[in-house]
Design a protein around this ligand. Structure first.
Ligand code: GSH
Length: 220
């Protein structure tokens, strides 16, 4: 049995969604970021940096969502969700897989400073503005690409969309997507996928965001 170690609305949603796209049976072990369970020695033995996702699969334990994505697609090659090494789109696929983490690292920084940091600690408004600008910059190539095609790969939906698509569920807490109509249409397409909806049903309630939008100006 495959077991996913998961926090609701976190990067482990990528794996949850991919498992649904692949139609694989799995169990979910739920954790919370705020209750210390990710620092429990039992969990650290599974994921040494105390992060999710971690996946128990085929007698192995894998952490890092991109590695999990890669392993699942390569060990289930009939899925067709990742181009093989000799396919032309392989480079694009690998690029977007890593780009998802470039973008997610900015979202994680904004989460840390605007959502998790508690008084008397105060974020720097200048740093927040810089991070929002950096996040917007990562949206530009996506907006352009998604004006030409429905998914990250021209040939259609792939596991790269489960990696990067998840990010776009968090981006609107920090960037108004009004100026990014192609990204908004992409988000609608991904949310319409039955596997995405089944994953949402397993996800659990998010416990991070208490308002719809976080602005650096709120800290000025
Ligand atoms: N590069 C890792 C990042 C994993 C990660 O940092 N996950 C966050 C949730 S989005 C986490 O587990 N945070 C817990 C913590 O920082 O203590 C991946 O893609 O799996």
């Amino acid at each position: 049995m495959i077991t996913l170690h998961h926090v609701a609305a976190s990067r482990s949603f990528r794996t949850l969604w991919l498992l649904e796209e692949l139609g694989l049976p799995y169990a979910v072990k739920h954790y919370k970021i705020t209750d210390g369970s990710l620092r429990d020695p039992g969990f650290l033995a599974i994921s040494p940096a105390g992060r999710v996702p971690a996946l128990e699969v085929d007698g192995k334990v894998i952490f890092e969502s991109a590695a999990i994505t890669q392993y699942l697609c390569e060990s289930r090659p009939l899925s067709g969700l990742a181009p093989k090494q000799d396919e032309a789109e392989r480079v694009d696929y690998l690029q977007w897989l890593s780009f998802a983490e470039t973008q997610a690292s900015i979202i994680a920084s904004l989460n840390l400073q605007m959502v998790f940091l508690r008084p008397p600690a105060e974020p720097s408004v200048a740093v927040l503005k810089l991070e929002v600008a950096r996040l917007k910059l990562t949206l530009r190539p996506l907006e352009e690409l998604l004006g030409q095609q429905d998914w990250l790969l021209a040939s259609g939906f792939s596991a790269a969309d489960t990696m990067l698509g998840y990010n776009l569920t968090a981006v609107p807490f920090f960037v108004d997507l009004a100026d990014f109509p192609n990204i908004r249409a992409y988000v609608e397409r991904m949310q319409a996928r039955p596997a995405f909806q089944r994953a949402r049903a397993q996800d659990g309630a998010q416990e991070f965001y208490s308002k719809p939008f976080y602005s650096p100006e709120d800290y000025a």
